[in-house]
Write a protein that binds this ligand. Structure first.
Ligand code: GLY
Length: 403
């Protein structure tokens, strides 16, 4: 039996969703007032974000939060819908400038940057600037396609041997390409997305249903070369956020391709994630750590928020496929993860933090990984965003997703 079936685990209630969403919107409104047109950095320091320029792979999550606040502004007390719209539109202009200037866009994270900011702007308000920026970002993203191996190269100079790899996170960059094909009526974006999805699905899931963070492809044969971690504990372990990107990533892969086997890939990756949670349901930063490690290892609450969004998204398609019981089950698991975050990790008072969700981990150094350490046991801006997205999904079940 899945641990989450145990009666001790409760689902987040509608009243708790409304309360947490309201608190989150207040935090976002306060941050907008304090930061002006600046963006929070990827992670907080001692629970407080510093303002800075539009940079890194993470700025889009902040604008995404502002759009979620805009969509739920009736809950927001002193902040009006128009307040959030004006602020979000200023940020969209900054994204247009960033892609026009090609400022810090030579990597694969165009979807993380441009879906929750500019695609959202276009979907919600018909923003021409948002549309233009997102199409340019899609053009930028497809420049990273590697035909030998059929994948989008994540990082570094194109074709470099030590960068000839994709990473599991990239599945969330691909909705931008589907959107671009739909808008431009040019199938080239979707064709590349589909080739990448196929390569990722064939190579990223290991036999035990855990996932590789990064996958190197052979530059000559185009076949799988080897897997490696960057931000996980070690190569064979399951980085919690990578597994969570796999949960949401398989859900969006199914959304866009309707490949039946992706339903089962989703279940494998998700079940592994759920079965490797500690008993309070708040993931350690790597799923190889379990109960008893509370003093030694930090959590990554952003992983739980991402996985919850993925489960809520896939529940729609499970239902469409006649798997009603599975849809109900994964929806319930998502609500239980969110209840754990509600009880332990949300910011309830602006004096605690200027973020929304506590106890995320960006990159923790281990003796075996290659990451640059930062943001350990802090707010992380995508954790805030996905927590808000998950709450919004429950509050507005017909929500038109930004991805
Ligand atoms: N996509 C980078 C990360 O999850 O840290």
């Amino acid at each position: 039996m899945n641990m989450l079936e145990d009666a001790q685990y409760k689902e987040i209630t509608d009243a708790e969703v409304t309360e947490a969403l309201t608190d989150g919107i207040r935090q976002i409104g306060n941050c907008l007032n304090a930061f002006g047109n600046a963006f929070p950095y990827a992670c907080s320091v001692n629970r407080f974000y510093e303002p800075g320029p539009n940079r890194n792979w993470t700025a889009g999550f902040y604008t995404g939060e502002v759009w979620l606040a805009y969509e739920n502004a009736d809950l927001a007390g002193p902040f009006s819908k128009d307040f959030f719209k004006v602020k979000a539109e200023a940020q969209v202009r900054s994204f247009l400038q960033r892609i026009n200037d090609k400022n810090d866009v030579d990597h694969h994270d165009m979807g993380f940057l441009y879906s929750p900011s500019c695609v959202a702007a276009y979907k919600l308000t018909g923003s021409r600037e948002g549309r233009q920026a997102a199409l340019l970002a899609a053009d930028q993203l497809i420049t990273r396609f590697q035909p030998v191996g059929k994948f989008i190269q994540a990082w570094g100079r194109m074709g470099e041997a030590d960068n000839y790899r994709f990473i599991i996170d990239c599945l969330l960059n691909l909705p931008l390409l589907y959107w671009a094909s739909e808008e431009s009526k040019d199938s080239k974006y979707r064709d590349i997305a589909e080739q990448h999805i196929h390569t990722a699905m064939a190579n990223v899931i290991r036999e035990d249903d855990s996932t590789w963070h990064t996958v190197y492809m052979d530059m000559n044969t185009g076949k799988f070369s080897h897997g490696a971690t960057c931000q996980g504990y070690k190569d064979g372990s399951a980085w919690a956020r990578g597994q969570a990107w796999g949960v949401y990533g398989t859900a969006v892969a199914y959304k866009y391709t309707h490949q039946k086997e992706y339903l089962s890939y989703f279940k494998r990756v998700t079940n592994y994630f759920l079965q490797h949670l500690p008993s309070d349901l708040r993931p350690f930063w790597d799923l190889s750590f379990g109960n008893g490690m509370e003093e030694q290892e930090p959590r990554d609450t952003s992983s739980a928020a991402i996985a919850a969004c993925g489960m809520l998204e896939m529940s729609k398609y499970l239902r469409e496929n006649g798997e009603e019981d599975e849809a109900v089950r994964y929806t319930s698991y998502a609500k239980k993860l969110l209840k754990a975050l509600y009880d332990h990790d949300r910011v309830t008072d602006p004096h605690m933090s200027n973020g929304v969700l506590l106890h995320g981990t960006y990159s923790k150094k281990s003796p075996y990984n290659t990451c640059t350490p930062e943001g350990v046991d802090e707010c992380v801006i995508w954790g805030d965003y996905y927590w808000m997205e998950a709450l919004n999904r429950l509050h507005n079940p017909g929500w038109n997703i930004y991805w």
